[in-house]
Design a protein around this ligand. Structure first.
Ligand SMILES: [Zn+2]
Length: 445
């Protein structure tokens, strides 16, 4: 009843009030996700052509980009044609922002700041219509997880100062909002008490915070299964997933989006792969020479957002690495597939022998040390890393040497590993956990 009322009356009314198109867009996506693949590609190409026309005629940055290459906008008709355009980096957009990179949409616009992985601030301009698009896609993902609009859920997050519209949204959607900054025993217990008290079936938030909730629940001997767990905003490591799924007896649905105003992919639950949102974005995966990587190989994620909005993003280098996958999913949705999403490409450790170590390198090895509670790798120069480790109680004093041996065996080569045992790993300003911080790759960005 509540779901119906929200879907058919209250939210469409809200859309009209805020000048967005969320519910109509959601309805469209719910049906279009099952279109045949060719129909999705054809819609994607149409939207791309429209996007290129708008960007060329209304945004000087893109006009110059095409003119400099001697490319006529009407010759960019498909995903394959896009490859003729240069890759657009954050730095390129930052230099020309806002006069050269934005356009008028007739709607009120607002600035969104993303600190991203580089620590440098990056701004994009959005309007309500754009927000309606990505919110619809997020709601689609929540539907994949088994949530119906209005079902009570617990969300951990960073926006503690709930503005009036957020408070209205929380009430309407039945959201019990908790801080992901405070994850000490007391707060974890409060979260679990809330889930029990209100009989909440759905738990959402950053993977790191959800993992801590699962670990604490396990300690308490938790036995209430949940219906959905949805994660976003960070890397969902395999040991996070395992802990969450075994404690709460449901699949974790991980989603992959960007603070720059679009969702890229989400899991449907049929497998651990991700579906790309092919009606929102065109996703490319490129190697160091900006050539497409084959299926099964990791590549830098390049996004073209099909909705132009006040700041079109065409061949935009997100700064992540993901591995595309071929084939179709058993769930029947025709969207493309991502096998896995690796750590941020700025968070890669370089060794003097030329090896590159992504975050999974460290998690894959260190997760086998039960003595290790958490860790962080910091690289300031090419020859060495500092590995900060938080240990559990009663640890074996030989741990340091055993960790070094294990890392060396797997590929750190001549890299010198300094280990420091610490009490705590600090979170970033945005409250996120970073496992690997490389000052080298930041400088190269
Ligand atoms: Zn699927």
């Amino acid at each position: 009843m509540r779901t119906k009322l929200l879907r058919n009356l209250i939210l469409p009314l809200g859309d009209r009030l805020f000048g967005q198109n969320m519910m109509a867009r959601l309805k469209f996506l719910e049906s279009a996700q099952y279109w045949p693949r060719e129909k999705i590609i054809s819609k994607q190409s149409n939207d791309l052509q429209n996007l290129i026309q708008i960007a060329y005629h209304e945004v000087p940055f893109y006009q110059k980009l095409l003119d400099d290459k001697g490319i006529k906008p009407d010759t960019i008709r498909t995903k394959e044609d896009l490859a003729r355009l240069p890759v657009v980096t954050k730095d390129m957009l930052r230099e020309s922002f806002p006069h050269q990179t934005t356009r008028k949409t007739g709607q009120k616009t607002y600035l969104v700041s993303t600190s991203g992985s580089t620590g440098k601030n990056f701004y994009v301009l959005e309007d309500s219509f754009t927000a309606g698009w990505y919110r619809a896609t997020f709601m689609l993902e929540l539907g994949w997880a088994g949530w119906s609009i209005g079902e009570p859920h617990l969300q951990t997050g960073m926006t503690l100062n709930r503005s009036l519209d957020r408070r209205i949204k929380d009430r309407l959607f039945n959201c019990h909002y908790f801080s992901a900054y405070q994850l000490d025993d007391l707060h974890l217990e409060a979260i679990l008490i809330e889930i029990e008290k209100y009989n909440l079936d759905h738990l959402w938030g950053y993977p790191g915070s959800l993992y801590l909730i699962a670990k604490y629940a396990n300690r308490l001997g938790w036995n209430k299964p949940l219906k959905s767990i949805v994660s976003w905003g960070d890397t969902l490591f395999p040991h996070y997933r395992n802990a969450l799924e075994s404690v709460f007896h449901t699949k974790v649905i991980d989603t992959y989006g960007c603070a720059e105003g679009f969702h890229i992919a989400g899991q449907c639950g049929a497998s651990n792969h991700y579906h790309t949102h092919d009606l929102d974005v065109i996703v490319e995966y490129l190697d160091e020479r900006n050539d497409p990587v084959p299926y099964g190989r990791p590549g830098s994620v390049i996004i073209t957002r099909l909705h132009p909005g006040p700041m079109p993003l065409i061949r935009y280098q997100v700064g992540d690495i993901a591995t595309p996958k071929s084939g179709m999913c058993s769930c029947g949705r025709s969207f493309g597939l991502i096998k896995s999403i690796q750590g941020r490409d700025t968070d890669v450790i370089f060794t003097p022998d030329g090896n590159r170590l992504i975050v999974h390198f460290f998690t894959g090895i260190l997760e086998h040390f039960s003595e290790i509670d958490s860790f962080q790798v910091v690289q300031k120069d090419i020859n060495s890393i500092l590995l900060l480790i938080v240990l559990r109680d009663n640890s074996d004093p030989t741990i340091q040497q055993r960790v070094i041996n294990a890392l060396k065996q797997k590929g750190t080569g001549k890299l010198k590993i300094n280990i420091q045992i610490v009490d705590e790993i600090p979170l970033t300003k945005g409250g996120k956990r970073r496992f690997v911080i490389s000052n080298l790759s930041q400088n190269n960005d």
